[in-house]
Design a protein around this ligand. Structure first.
Ligand code: 6CS
Ligand code: FE
Length: 281
């Protein structure tokens, strides 16, 4: 899937782009078949909500789960990432964000690149994330919210909260990069000023849509008070010339890939591989 010139211009202007119907139902079904296994993850790749019960995110799905590994090398994700980042890309990070029905908690306002610069020494914001909707995203189940154009202001002020959020005392320091209360967040006065200048948007769409967003666009999401989950699988791609120096990366591999080889497209239709994916388990 190549993005049109209009789509590329819209991404450059807004810092995000919603593309409808990227992954068809038959391919979504292959991914969904593996969700129970991913959600049953018990190692430190799984992050729970503050309630200690519902799953918030599972990281590293592009290496741990066959269909998500193929999805991360899917032409419909890799080709737009190459177009928008201008060359070879590799998977920097992947995660399943669950935003569970009734219990899915918020994500504070933030810029992803702040985490990747401060925690991993990523040289520049030449990175983006492709979020594939595994559920319909509506106004009810905690859609992602963006400030259009905020990526063009570079690094916005950042508020730093030291220490670990309540309920995560036993987890490693990097847990505060992944919880409802984030280590690095955009202060309210900056959010209010940016929204006055640029507005605010909550892209919604059917399952199978792809929401692509820039490493520097300011974004957040609210708690999910609806009976509908809002599951997204998020693949973050980094330009292969923008990899952090190996000696500066300390977070675990499931948060920061060490394999910076430009990714090859290995899949154009997950459903055609359903049988292979089943046996690949
Ligand atoms: O720290 C990280 O890598 C993750 N944290 C946030 C809030 N967004 C980017 C990334 O998924
Ligand atoms: Fe983020």
């Amino acid at each position: 899937m190549k993005l049109t010139a209009v789509q590329q211009r819209r991404f450059a202007h807004d810092g995000f782009l919603l593309v409808d119907d990227v992954i068809p139902g038959a391919e979504l079904d292959v991914l969904r078949r593996f969700l129970p296994e991913v959600l049953a993850t018990t190692d430190e790749r799984a992050v729970r909500e503050r309630d200690g019960a519902s799953v918030r995110s599972v990281y590293g799905v592009h290496t741990s789960s066959p269909p998500f590994r193929l999805l991360s090398a899917h032409a419909k994700l890799v080709e737009p990432a190459r177009q928008l980042l201008g060359g070879g890309v590799y998977v920097y990070q992947s995660k399943l964000n669950v935003k569970a029905a009734f219990d899915g908690d918020r994500w504070d306002w933030h810029q992803d690149y702040v985490f990747w610069r401060c925690e991993d020494a990523m040289p520049s914001p030449r990175a983006l994330t492709v979020a594939v909707f595994l559920d319909d995203v509506t106004e009810f189940n905690g859609p992602m919210v963006f400030i259009p154009g905020s990526h063009r202001t570079g690094a916005v002020d950042t508020e730093v909260i030291a220490g670990k959020p309540a309920g995560y005392e036993g987890r490693p320091a990097w847990i505060s990069n992944l919880t409802a209360t984030l280590k690095y967040s955009t202060p309210r006065e900056s959010v209010a000023r940016l929204v006055r200048e640029h507005g605010i948007a909550a892209p919604k769409g059917r399952a199978g849509s792809a929401l692509i967003f820039d490493a520097n666009v300011v974004h957040a999401s609210q708690q999910n008070i609806s009976p509908f989950s809002r599951m997204l699988v998020m693949i973050s791609y980094n330009h292969s010339d923008n990899a952090p120096s190996a000696h500066e990366v300390s977070r675990p591999e499931f948060l920061v890939s060490r394999d910076t080889t430009p990714i090859e497209v290995r899949c154009s239709d997950l459903s055609a591989l359903a049988a292979e994916v089943r046996h690949a388990r």
